[in-house]
Design a protein around this ligand. Sequence first.
Ligand code: ADP
Ligand code: ZN
Length: 713
Amino acid sequence: MIEKAEKILQQYYGYSSFRPGQEEAILHVLEGRNTLAVMPTGGGKSLCYQIPGLSLDGTAVIISPLISLMKDQVDALLSYGIAATYINSSLSAEEQHQRLRDMKSGRYSFVYVAPERFDSPNFLSALNSIPLSLIAFDEAHCISQWGHDFRPSYRSIVPTLKKVSNLPVLMALTATATQEVIKDIKQLIDVSEEDVVNTGFARENLSFRIIKGRDKREFIDEYLTKIPNESGIIYTATRKDADQLHYLLTKKGFSAGKYHAGMTEHQRKQSQMDFVQDEIKTMIATNAFGMGIDKSNVRYVIHYAMPMNIESYYQEAGRAGRDGEPGDCVLLFSSQDINLQRFLIDQSPSEEKKKDEYVKLQAMVNYCHTHTCLQQFILDYFDDPTAPEPCGKCSNCTHEGEEQDMTKEAQMVLSCIKRMGEHFGAGLTAKVLKGSKDQKVKQFRFDTLSTYGIMKGYTEKQLTRFIHFLTAEGYISTGQGKYPALQLTKEAVSVIKGDQPVIMLVETTTARQELNYNEQYFEELRQLRKRMADEVGLPPYVIFSDATLKELTVYLPETKQEMLQIKGVGEQKWEQYGETFLQFIRPWAENADSKPKPVRPSDASMASKKDPWEDRPSYMITYELWDEKSMSIQEIAEERNMSPQTIENHLFRSAKEGKDIHWPRWFNEEQEVQVLQVYEQSEDRKLKTIKEQLPEDYTYSLIKAVLARHHLK
Ligand code: ADP
Ligand code: ZN
């Protein structure tokens, strides 16, 4: 049975292997067992009902509460040459009738409907009169009263449905389900324990990053400048921020649109369409944007401010990388964000709700300050069943950038703030530290302070950025008034006294790009795809995904046979678009010195195993260079274009995974014992705390190495 499914996977979709959970879910459905599939966004849930729908006789009915997604799904199926349609309230009564008649004649393999359709006697009679292959509940968490998007009308169709005379196998699919929700769905549609396929919520292609102490606008400017052609979303906390940022970015010439509830429905629709059609690259939006948008090639999601809870954060950030290609999820944190969220929570009339929201907010704040793996932190929060390992690529796992001891600089800034009377903002403080001749500096006679000009080696911009960092770290608070006035906190006092060091991690801005593809060719293929998409009125990624285009630029196929080897190219796509693309690619191939061959599992029974090269974690690559090629940390850092710290962290990670490491390079026995003792006695077990209690020459590297050897961090 599974052979047939594999054939369909290859023939229609052009994929050579299943993603985790897909094969299992498909098998259960094919065996006629009601199945619940819990898979992360972008995990490939659609295939789990589409492949059984194609293998079994009859029509598959897909119920989805998100009307806006139906058209996309249907377009995608049609592009594979599969007969599909949707029936919902966006159509005229005439069209609805026509499609219903066609459905009754058995014309469709797939019919998408909203839950309301079950109130229609006509629809029910159609259901009862044709053979059905399966019925699937998409976004199934909405049928559970424990789900955060509970829709009573969705739940209420279940009893009606069960009266259908030729009831086929049922399937439920969702990306968010707590244990309670799972239990509820199981009961509701009779799924037995063995037929729950739960792959957890991890999104392995996403890298999470938290950036503190940077000027947010400057960060975004640099970021977009580096990847102006990639598609991404920037979430702001308020409409005002969205408007301002949009104004600034478009003024600078970036291709950006905006979306928030203050715009008219028409404006919002237009904006959303521009984004989906790749007319604009960056969408700047409030959290009003995203529900029901299925754009698979979103490469980054930047949060301009911290959201209210981890649920929203993961949902919004999760809109990156639905196509399985790398997605960069960046949260720009500043401590003012917390005040804003508190303020929003305080608007709620219900005390109980407020309390609940505060607890969730605290978890969000903890996420921003945690030293553990960010992916792990999120999954723990959701009680993920898979007990995940550290991801190896979030900003905490990689510690990309340099750790710098900034204690002395922090003392200068803090004492300057104190001397200025704790009444002024970051801008003026930076001017004083820089020794600026600004009017305002003179007016307040700040040029007579002992801190005037003590940091003149820095630019004002760097100083402001550093002040933001100190604020994010909790050494400075910004007061409650309309204009933020910098004030020292308790922690600041310990810094000034020399009791507490200030360590700053200088992050890099680069977005990750993992596949070594040809950017220029990619750009040309992307334009070709856009032209073709416009011609047929489809979103570009329905033609081919970004991943497919990237592979095309690497493997440069010249024949149909070679083209079918490319991920995402099946018979149908070949028929429709193959030649057009080949014509484009052939001249490149002719000019190329050599062409690599796609590495694909050759034996079909191996198909569900992961391609070892595709998913090899970064730290393993480092370890191999270290172990097999005996390269030094410095050499590997240069070769891989990463910082030595990152390389070192990779090695420690490898050690934790059981690889051999020659430890004397980092510490001797006496140092090891001492670090362990301090670790045991420290309260919070944070690196910083441990370092403070050890002699000067115990570097962070040394401490991290000891902890890695003993699997302590
Ligand atoms: P979900 O509904 O779980 O969010 P989708 O079904 O929309 O995810 O799938 C996300 C993307 O992954 C789609 O572009 C889809 O074509 C692709 N995909 C699904 N299954 C596979 C597979 N086995 N191999 C490669 N790509 C896949
Ligand atoms: Zn991580």
